[in-house]
Design a protein around this ligand. Structure first.
Ligand code: SF4
Length: 68
């Protein structure tokens, strides 16, 4: 699926609690993700809740990830 600017797959907080995996780098470079791709949101307001989101989820805490 296409990942748009503003969605989790392109957010700095998507999977930020661990090293960038090949899957995360691939989402950033291709702006495509499997609909089943899930990772933890590291936003300070969500991290304690261990929120897991898909690459096409989103929220107002979005911060654009630096280019891979
Ligand atoms: S839920 Fe919000 S803060 Fe967390 S990864 Fe998605 S857009 Fe970023």
């Amino acid at each position: 699926m296409q990942v748009q600017n503003g969605q989790c797959g392109l957010c700095e907080h998507f999977g930020e609690s661990h090293a960038k995996t090949d899957v995360l780098v691939s989402i950033i470079t291709s702006k495509q993700a499997e609909p089943t791709t899930l990772d933890q949101c590291g936003h300070p307001k969500h991290a304690a809740l261990h929120l897991k989101v898909t690459a096409i989820s989103g929220c107002d805490g979005f911060v654009a990830v630096a280019a891979a």
